[in-house]
Design a protein around this ligand. Structure first.
Ligand code: NAD
Ligand code: UD1
Length: 372
């Protein structure tokens, strides 16, 4: 008999791609999703992109009856349902804590009554805060957040106590978390709760720390969408991408289909049980380079990125993934080449209403005192 897999938040960006991946490998897929307005719009209808073979149960992960119903006959669970805006989490504190933390608690109580063979929870690179650095002597160094005075002086890099500039290196799972937003705190809470309760009740559990995920189906109406989708909608509207700081900050952009692949492997591999994994591409790019590469694939090289020299409160300087552990234990090797991922994203965005909200969003951040 086919195994049945439940994805909470399965109608969302990453969940829907995971559903495609699982269906292609012969699994049955059920999604529990409340079709939240911020992601799915006012009408809250089943998204067109969701594969027709996905059994969608409309319900809330905070509601014990909805969760119990969704767990019936299920072999494994991916817990993806969450509120996902870092900036928004700093003022909608109750809602974020409710959906992310309490929602996970409700799911875990239901799993104690109805155990499954595997639980995989979506965590985030945001739990690291700043990534890992080394000093000029080559020693690994954990850093503090940059001070406001330094940022006001447009000095963007990180220094040790002796004032020596530090070099970013790939961040491994062993880096101590540094939680600097309500969202990050809630993601850490989710991964710890799942691993702790999973261990106590013999439910094999894995936590996946996603880096900057990009690809089709990302909610554009969400003002907290990542930089790639923002830049693409700027370019489609013939505006230059606007860059915070000096554009030399580095990130790891991982394609959503690669994230789906890593998640399936985590579900299938016993070696993964009880572990946390970084899910990135293993490559890093500066934000300036991202603006330029995207402009190139979109044939808009005349729209050079505009460097604002401003700081967005809460931003870290550099963080990119060390994916050695995922390679070794999961056999995870990212498949999507960056340029083709960018082209696919740009083509998809062209068919969407890519309304450029950047000026609006920048004004909103400035009004709240969240840019310097
Ligand atoms: P998304 O917003 O597209 O999907 C989340 C889904 O959860 C949505 O369909 C939403 O309707 C649903 N949902 C929200 N509240 C719910 C509730 N109370 N009950 C049931 N369903 C609910 O987000 P995504 O980018 O697909 O993120 C999926 C997971 O991955 C999240 O846990 C997120 O924190 C994590 N993550 C995402 C990224 C990224 O770059 N997108 C990075 C790190 C971690
Ligand atoms: C944030 C979250 C992360 C989440 C990701 C995608 C943190 C530390 N990270 O990452 O958990 O996975 O969002 O949802 O909380 N930028 C510009 N111009 C813009 C927009 C962004 O220059 O118009 C810059 C930002 O200042 C930042 C970089 O691009 O330096 C990346 O920003 P963003 O895509 O928002 O993601 P992160 O902050 O890395």
């Amino acid at each position: 008999m086919k195994q049945k897999i439940l994805i909470t938040g399965g109608a969302g960006f990453i969940g829907s791609h995971l559903a495609d991946e699982l269906l292609s490998q012969g699994y049955e897929v059920r999604a529990l999703d409340n079709l939240s307005e911020q992601v799915h719009g006012k009408d809250c209808v089943r998204p067109d992109y969701l594969h027709e073979d996905v059994e969608l149960m409309i319900g809330d992960v905070r509601n014990p009856e909805d969760v119990a119903r969704a767990l019936e006959g299920v072999d494994a669970v991916f817990h993806f349902a969450a509120m996902v805006g870092v900036g928004q989490s700093m003022y909608e504190i109750k809602e974020y804590t409710d959906v992310n933390n309490i929602g996970t608690a409700v799911l875990l109580e239901a799993l104690i009554k109805n155990p499954v063979k595997k639980l995989v929870v979506a965590s985030s690179m945001s739990i690291y805060g700043e990534g890992m650095y080394k000093n000029p002597a080559g020693e690994m160094t954990v850093v503090n957040e940059r001070g406001l005075e330094q940022l006001k002086a447009a000095d963007w890099e990180l220094y040790d106590a002796q004032g020596q500039q530090l070099q970013p290196i790939a961040t491994p799972e062993t880096k101590t978390p540094c939680l600097s937003s309500v969202y990050a705190l809630s993601k850490y809470d989710q991964e710890r709760l799942c691993l702790m309760v999973g261990r106590a009740y013999n439910i094999p559990t894995v936590a996946m720390r996603f880096f900057n995920v990009y690809g089709t189906r990302q909610a554009l109406s969400n003002p907290y969408t990542g930089v790639l989708a923002i830049f693409a909608s700027r370019l489609l509207n013939n505006n230059s991408p606007m860059i915070f700081e000096d554009g030399h900050q580095q990130r790891d952009f991982v394609h959503v289909r690669d994230v789906a692949l890593a998640c399936r492997l985590a579900m299938e591999k016993e070696e993964a049980n009880g572990e946390v994994f970084n899910v990135g591409s293993g490559n890093n790019y500066t934000i300036r380079e991202i603006g330029e590469r995207l402009a190139t694939v979109m044939d808009k090289t005349h729209l050079l990125p505009e460097i604002t020299g401003k700081y967005r409160v809460g931003d870290i300087r550099h963080c990119y993934a060390d994916i050695t552990k995922a390679k070794e234990k999961l056999g995870f090797y990212p498949q999507v080449e960056f340029n083709s991922g960018l082209e696919e994203l740009a083509n998809w965005l062209e068919g969407q209403i890519a309304y450029d909200r950047v000026n609006e969003a920048s004004a909103e951040l400035a009004a709240r005192g969240l840019t310097v």
